[in-house]
Design a protein around this ligand. Structure first.
Ligand code: ASP
Length: 345
């Protein structure tokens, strides 16, 4: 009898723990696009899963130790920016002129402070530059040469533009140029050949941006996004990733969101803020809000891509209308989950 009572008590305890809202949580994306089982070799799939696992676990470690959401996001995105598999930092896509112009943003849901950069060319970790804009300048967004100069002045790690070069992204640009009757630019000086990601990397279309949202044990949410934008971009084109409210948004009053996809649609729909507004003003669950904006509004407008989201009460969500999205999540008391294709949880 006593054994039975003990067993029942333990089951009740375990159930309540499983249902309790996690104190911390992290969700990561590595881009959305045409990603289907038939297109990835087992080696390619394993490489992406390993990269997503390593990055997510690095962020979770910060949160588990009581660290802040902003620190967890920065640590996670550093790994993804350094990884040539993703379209952020090293591995970024090329502009029509054969350059890498990087965009990034961070937002702190506790203070509603935000920092963003667009078209930067020499900072190894654009996400840290976005954070520096937020914390060390009176501004929210810096672009181009000015942002590069601020980065240097702040002592952030500088690299030669050739550092960002990958053979795979160069081939994508050559294909883009030919398909659009544009001249194929000369290979950039200092371009490395070939890189470790060659053969492992899958051409997921034009995407591959990285983003992270996190909830820390103090109850604060934050969001960060880093990207090279889209292959063959011209005329100083800037996508949604560094636009606060479009590709990146965070507020403790509702949620934190990071997006990936064809940025023009995400800007027009202010996707990230719209999701948070549905949570805050209409009381929708995080998943319902993300689905409303991605599956209904984005799809109706002809846009493609997806989002990841987290709320201060521990809800996590993702939603995408492409065939795949590199994604992962982890939370207090919940194991790591990594997914690529649509039929995975
Ligand atoms: N959203 C990014 C942009 O439009 C691209 C991406 O997510 O792949 O710049």
């Amino acid at each position: 009898m006593r054994v039975l009572t003990l067993a029942l008590a333990m089951t009740a305890l375990m159930t309540s723990q499983a249902l309790a809202a996690p104190k911390w949580a992290i969700v990561v994306h590595g881009g959305a696009g045409v990603i289907e089982r038939s297109q990835l070799t087992p080696e390619q799939e394993a490489a992406y899963r390993a990269a997503m696992t390593r990055a997510t676990e690095a962020g979770a470690k910060v949160l588990e130790a009581g660290g802040g959401a902003m620190d967890a996001i920065e640590a996670t995105i550093h790994l993804l920016e350094d990884d040539p598999l993703f379209n952020a930092g090293r591995g970024a896509v090329f502009t029509a002129e054969g350059r890498n112009e990087l965009d990034a943003a961070m937002m702190d849901g506790r203070t509603l402070k935000a920092g963003a950069v667009a078209g930067v060319t020499r900072t190894r970790h654009p996400i840290s530059l976005a954070r520096a804009v937020m914390e060390k300048s009176p501004h929210v967004m810096l672009i181009g040469a000015g942002a590069d100069a601020f980065s240097k002045a702040e002592g952030l790690e500088q690299v030669d533009p050739g550092y960002f070069f990958t053979e795979r992204r160069w081939k994508s640009l050559e294909n883009f140029a030919r398909a659009n009757n544009l001249p194929v630019p000369a290979r950039p000086a200092g371009a490395k050949t070939p890189d470790s990601a060659e053969g492992l990397a899958h051409d997921e279309g034009k995407h591959g941006t990285v983003g992270v949202v996190a909830l820390d044990s103090q109850g604060n949410v934050a969001a960060g996004t880093s990207t090279g934008g889209v292959t063959g971009k011209r005329w100083g084109r800037v996508g949604d990733s560094p636009i606060i409210g479009a590709g990146t948004y965070a507020s403790n009053a509702s949620c934190a969101v990071s997006a990936t996809g064809t940025g023009e649609y995400f800007i027009r729909l202010t996707v990230a803020r719209d999701i948070c507004a549905l949570v805050e003003l209409k009381g929708l669950s995080l998943q319902a809000a993300a689905d409303e904006v991605v599956q209904k509004k984005l799809t109706a407008l002809g846009g493609d891509g997806g989002v990841i989201a987290v709320a201060p009460d521990g809800q996590i969500a993702w939603s995408y209308n492409t065939s795949g999205m590199y994604r992962a999540s982890m939370a207090e008391g919940r194991p790591l989950s990594v997914g690529i294709y649509k039929d995975e949880p």
